[in-house]
Design a protein around this ligand. Structure first.
Ligand code: PRX
Length: 634
């Protein structure tokens, strides 16, 4: 029995999972044959989560190149097959299609442009791009020459961009004149200019002409991509990379401090992305597969670019938003390109569901075969709508639980597995989840607790850029010997997992991860603010919204105008996704006598659950709570 049988006989999933844990070396060396190696590995996992000997390595003696795996190896068999379809924001614009042969040429040229600007193996290249094909070319070009890419989501602010570039010592950024989303322009180049004033280490800005709008170009620093591309060769040999050479850095929010640069390496990551994409979506080339995420998030890395292209897929990339110009747009794209697999986030489904079924039923969707969900728990109502209305009961819904840190799917169905709406079902091959209570005791059978992973898997993150200690402290300190996910989960009597959400100070806004500490830091930077505490609140479309308690300085008028100013301030400091949904001015915050803010109480008030605030007797000033409850904002 092999993984290939899974699509024919789903019942072999349990046996394969058991084998992947009982014989990880045999299982993973066999799976590694999915990749094209320059030097094939002789060993699989080599890891320890113990503090005294902490290390994680996979396929350590293997040598390969990710871009060659995603492009070159397909040229002989599917050079003329479309690799990438690009659907523009404006439906009137003609979609673009790139065959694998064309993709090869584009990526080689892009790689040579980077080389011509002095980029070498190991250098960090920042990518701050709209959802245009050049974003994918840029990722693959970095991989081709062994540069480490760091994609910063195009919705992040100049400040966030500068901070991420400084953190990883990146002196080059690839951007575009402007992006477009839902008919609106996103001024990316202007943001880079602002970032360059904040972080003076930015030496080179490569600007892709996306909308053709006029932008300021600084002599000696800024170059137009097309001008340089016209001067370079369309051939570029892929750089041989060691399995554990870094492939990319992706910044993500944690419960404390500034975002951390999660590092993924070459072989294990690619294998994880490829295997999960092939099996979870039962991908059958040359079907059209569409992951509607942004390339600025890990979902875009693993499931728009690396996984699908490693599998020789036709991957669709969409520039715009789900509900523009109408709430039918997603389904129209499905019909236009005969999409077989659609992979999107619950927040998009909830927003579209609110518009009514008519926008869906006006379209055919007959091409759909498999549906996917990612980014946050999917509520059973949205699950059923996706399954019954969108998929007309015909397409299984793959609710994939995973994280930036995990590289790809961890707990997920595969087609054929019996599904339960709202459950991510069972662990993928090689994944050994456990539920622990607060004291670290392992819970057996049906239980609810902290979700941890007891053994390494190939797609596991390898480090926090520039801060090895932070890697260990964040993921391996609380519960020794296992990887702590930061999520809570329930396991039912059938062994199915139900993710209950974060157990730390991270909130999930529209499937985007946000550290409450980040929003608090942005708020207290404002002159009017003395102190701020941020928690999540339920939100019917976003899943969670951002609720900020703000104590203003003496002499400051805490009024609606200030609330708006603060909202705009956070938007500018971090980006639109961090905009607080509610700001409550509070003369005081509930603190223990030692000065620690009792977030549990703030969360309850934000949730509107004021009848069960629990024990407030340890507060320095219990009256603060009465005031907070009275002035709660909805
Ligand atoms: O809380 C979980 C939630 O998203 C977190 C990871 O966020 P991020 O690193 O930005 O990656 C998003 C794309 C994988 C997790 O800790 N999450 C993600 N997928 C699901 C989910 N929660 C429940 N069900 C899911 N399918």
């Amino acid at each position: 029995m092999t993984v290939a049988d899974l699509t024919i006989d789903p019942s072999c999933r349990a046996a394969l999972h058991a084998r992947s844990l009982a014989d990880p070396d045999g299982f993973w060396l066999e799976q590694a044959q999915r990749l094209d190696w320059i030097t094939a590995p002789t060993k699989a996992g080599d890891w320890s989560f113990a503090e005294s000997d902490f290390h994680v390595r996979w396929f350590d003696d293997g040598v390969l190149n990710v871009s060659a795996n995603c492009i070159d190896r397909h040229l002989a068999t599917r050079g003329d097959q479309v690799a990438l379809i690009w659907e523009a924001d404006d439906p009137a614009e003609e979609p673009r299609r790139y065959t694998y042969a064309a993709l090869h040429e584009e990526v080689c040229r892009f790689a040579n442009v980077l080389k011509s600007r002095g980029v070498a193996k190991g250098d960090r290249v920042t990518i701050y791009m709209p959802m245009i094909p050049e974003a994918a070319f840029a990722l693959l070009a970095c991989a081709r020459i062994g540069a480490v890419h760091s994609v910063v989501f195009g919705g992040f602010s100049a400040d966030a961009l500068a901070g991420r570039m400084e953190d990883c010592g990146s002196s080059i950024v690839i951007t575009a004149d402007e992006g477009r989303r839902g008919g609106k322009a996103v001024p990316l180049k202007a943001c880079v200019d602002e970032a360059a004033r904040i972080f003076t280490g930015i030496e080179t800005v490569v600007v892709v002409r996306a909308t053709g709008t006029a932008v300021a170009m600084q002599e000696g620093r800024d170059v137009w991509y097309d001008a340089v591309a016209a001067t370079v060769s369309a051939q570029c040999d892929p750089e041989p990379m060691a399995a554990e050479d870094p492939l990319f850095i992706l910044y993500t929010s944690g419960s404390t401090g500034k975002p951390k640069g999660v590092v993924h390496t070459t072989a294990g990551y690619l294998l994880w992305a490829a295997l999960t994409h092939a099996t979870v979506f039962d991908y059958r080339a040359p079907e059209v597969y569409w992951c509607a995420a942004d390339v600025g998030w890990v979902t875009g890395h693993s499931y728009i670019v690396y996984g699908p292209l490693a599998n020789g897929a036709t991957t669709l990339m969409y520039e715009g938003v789900p509900n523009w110009p109408t709430a039918s747009r997603i389904w129209e794209i499905v019909d236009r390109h005969q999409v077989a697999t659609l992979y999107t986030a619950p927040t998009a489904l909830r927003a579209l569901m609110k518009e009514g079924d008519g926008y869906v039923t006006a379209t055919s969707r007959a091409s759909l075969r498999v549906l996917g969900s990612v980014g946050e728990p999917i509520n059973p109502e949205a699950w059923r709508w996706y399954h019954d209305v969108v998929g007309e009961g015909r397409c299984p819904v793959m609710d994939t639980w995973w994280q930036t840190e995990t590289g790809g799917h961890m707990i997920t169905p595969t087609p054929g597995l019996p599904l339960k709406p709202g459950s991510a079902t069972l662990p993928f091959f090689g994944i050994a989840p456990q539920l622990l209570d607060a004291d670290g005791k392992t819970l057996e059978g049906a239980a609810e607790g902290n979700l941890v992973i007891a053994a390494s898997w190939p797609g596991q993150m390898r480090g926090v850029w520039g801060d090895e200690q932070r890697h260990f402290e964040t993921y391996f300190r609380t519960f020794p010997g296992v990887y702590t996910t930061g999520d809570g989960a329930r396991r039912d009597a059938d062994g199915y997992y139900w993710i209950t959400g974060r157990v730390d100070d991270v909130i999930n806004v529209s499937g985007h991860r946000m550290g409450t500490a980040e929003v608090e830091s942005a708020l207290v930077l404002h002159d009017a603010v003395a102190e701020a505490a941020v928690v999540g609140m339920p939100h019917d479309v976003k899943g969670q919204g951002i609720y900020a308690y703000v104590t203003v300085n003496a002499d400051v008028e805490a009024d609606a105008a200030l609330a708006k100013t603060l909202r705009d301030w956070v938007r500018h400091e971090i980006g639109p996704i961090a905009t607080p949904d509610a700001i409550q001015f509070a003369p005081g915050l509930p603190k223990t006598r030692s000065g620690k803010i009792m977030r549990r109480i703030l969360r309850k008030i934000a949730e509107g659950d004021v009848s069960s605030l629990g024990d407030t007797s340890t507060l320095a000033d219990p009256d603060v709570v009465t005031d907070l409850v009275r002035n709660r904002v909805c």
